[in-house]
Design a protein around this ligand. Structure first.
Ligand code: GCB
Length: 587
């Protein structure tokens, strides 16, 4: 009888995942990957949606269960069951039945491991897993990560055999306390949306490396910071093209040095990158780093001391084939299309995009606004939610610290101006300031439509005041923008972080008719007319149409159609050329 009760336990236990509800893995788990040999675990995996969480309830992530006589007990799932899926990828695109699926999915892959160097340590790194991810190796639970767009790593040292079974459960079910929360305007691609890789490092190794120009207006100092794990008390940093080689003494695993150097400066016109390397003990890492200074002076934004106007466009991370998993060719196409449009900047909305995007933006010369998904309504009163958002921000900042292209950290988008939100987002802004002195902080704020002015209290804590407004679309009057700019008296740079209009490519009519190319073009003409000369950056919404289940009318058919280019990424709408003409003529 006692045994029977145990057998049914999983059916009667509400807190069935309590054992696996461990403290989330945080930003400190990350290891520096630049210059390291990446052993890719991408490719074909097996996957199976598990909407009732049966694998967790019945603990089916372990070896096959046997009774006291050694007889195999029937099971509903075993390692390797399911269908083929290419990783990185999303369960939602693996089969048409799963298009709108939200829930747990189990992913499995076997791999072999042979020790290469005595004493080596091994880490597994996930580029991103949306949203909650639990990792098991050879039946043993290793940890849990939350947040669907940032990387995390787990040490596997001592847990690997020659043949290994990796099992990962990723759950993309939305809920209020998450970041983002339940309601948002993009597609909820679930699963292992970015690469999974192994890294081998020596017993003592370089955990992190920061390299940046000191923003002191001299363009004559480079700061490097290094963090090690293990017993190393000295590191060497080299930038051969500048003839620099310098020893750094480490204390408590950390060291920092300021080097005198006058590097060629990075800018969109001259995206110059230097090879930087660091050596410590038996370990060596490297990176390609650009040096630039971004700061504000009153209402001006200065890049390398010169005033700039950010000619931007917003962009989601989405491929029609791969969902949130893009190829480098697709990323290059986004960057090249933005350049062709005349842009010098991209707003990567509304969550961290792949690190490949910022690496390529460094190379091609496009400035980036990067953002965490503190979007619309968030559980601002919940301390766990704040920890979660802070961790996503730290993971992003740690990942992209060396990217010259990234000039803005954004701590949120269109959140209600309440006390709890102000407190929550001010904390995020101060985390940015504390961690990173080489970038600006912003957030996309809402305008107050009673006073027709920008009076969001968050303006006091950001470096650039950015606001979203859709005059000509959600509000049909075009004059609203002019009134807002007349009524808003700010002493910091001001940017439009979104504006636009829905338009179904190929649908024509008068400039008053919604969803036509003519109407979208008219909205752009007015937006440009009223804002030119009065703002320091313009980021219309959006480069491409994108999937969004909340957009259900016959023009939208499951897509937000405010793109300047249709969702096939090919067909350019009339408004594309309106913006292109403006950017080409604008200094
Ligand atoms: C916004 C949001 C963005 C939406 C857009 C729209 O203000 O920030 O995520 O997709 O409006 O199309 O309404």
């Amino acid at each position: 009888m006692e045994n029977m009760e145990k057998y049914y336990e999983h059916l009667h236990l509400r807190t069935y995942d309590a054992k696996l509800h461990t403290a989330p893995i945080g930003a400190e788990s990350l290891i520096f990957t630049g210059g390291r040999n990446e052993e890719s675990l991408d490719g074909m995996w097996k996957c199976m949606p598990d909407v009732f969480d049966t694998i967790i309830r019945k603990e089916l992530y372990g070896p096959v269960k046997r009774d006291t006589n050694g007889m195999e007990i029937p099971t509903d799932y075993a390692f390797g069951d399911g269908f083929d899926i290419a990783i990185p990828g999303s369960v939602n695109l693996a089969d048409p039945h799963f298009y709108l699926y939200e829930g747990s999915t189990v992913y499995t892959r076997a791999f072999t491991y042979y020790e290469e160097k005595k004493g080596e340590r091994v880490f597994i790194r996930f580029g991103a897993a949306n949203y909650e991810c639990r990792v098991f190796i050879n039946g043993e639970y290793l940890g849990r990560h939350i947040g669907g767009f940032t990387p995390f790593a787990i040490e596997l040292t001592g847990k690997l055999k020659e043949k290994n079974e990796l099992l990962v459960i990723v759950n993309n079910r939305r809920s209020f306390e998450q970041v983002p929360s339940e309601n948002y305007d993009w597609f909820n691609y679930g699963g292992l949306t970015r690469s999974v890789s192994l890294y081998r490092v020596p017993e003592s190794f370089i955990k992190d490396l920061h390299v940046s120009l000191v923003p002191d207006g001299t363009y004559g100092h480079i700061k490097t910071g290094i963090e090690v794990d293990g017993k190393i008390d000295e590191a060497v940093i080299r930038i051969p093209a500048l003839g620099l080689e310098k020893k750094i003494s480490l204390a408590g695993g950390h060291g920092e040095v300021i080097l005198d150097a006058s590097p060629e400066l990075w800018s969109p016109d001259n995206p110059f990158l230097y090879e930087v390397s660091a050596e410590a003990g038996d370990d060596k890492v490297s990176d390609k780093v650009g040096f630039r200074e971004i700061r504000t002076d009153g209402k001006k934004i200065l890049l390398n001391g010169k005033e700039i106007f950010l000619k931007g466009i917003c962009c989601h991370e989405e491929s029609s084939k791969g969902g949130r998993s893009l190829s480098d060719e697709e990323r290059m196409m986004i960057l090249r299309t933005a350049k062709e449009l005349g842009c010098n900047a991209l707003r990567l909305t509304h969550y961290p995009h792949s690190e490949r995007m910022s690496q390529l933006a460094d190379e091609l010369g496009i400035m980036l606004w990067e953002e965490i998904p503190v979007y619309w309504l968030i559980d601002f009163e919940n301390p766990e939610t704040l920890l979660n958002a802070s961790n996503q921000l730290k993971e992003l900042m740690r990942r992209d610290y060396n990217r010259a292209s990234v000039i803005i950290w954004s701590v949120g988008n269109e959140n209600p101006d309440t006390d709890s939100r102000l407190n929550f987002m001010s904390k995020l802004a101060s985390i940015c300031k504390e961690y990173d002195k080489t970038r600006l902080v912003s957030a996309a704020c809402l305008v107050n439509i009673d006073s027709m002015a920008i009076c969001d209290r968050l303006c006091d804590v950001v470096d650039i005041i950015s606001f979203n407004q859709y005059y000509g679309w959600y509000f049909r009057s075009y004059d609203g923008l002019k009134q807002i700019l007349d009524n808003s008296h700010v002493d910091k740079p001001l940017m439009i972080s979104e504006t636009g209009a829905g338009c179904d490519y190929g649908h024509h009519g008068t400039a008053e008719e919604l969803f036509t190319e003519e109407h979208q073009a008219r909205v752009y003409e007015y937006q440009i007319r009223y804002s030119d000369g009065r703002i320091q950056g313009f980021f219309p919404w959006i480069l491409y149409d994108f999937r969004s289940p909340i957009r259900m009318n016959p023009y939208q058919t499951g897509c937000n159609r405010k793109g300047l280019v249709s969702d096939d990424k090919v067909h350019r709408k009339k408004a594309f050329y309106v913006l292109q003409e403006y950017y080409r003529s604008r200094k």
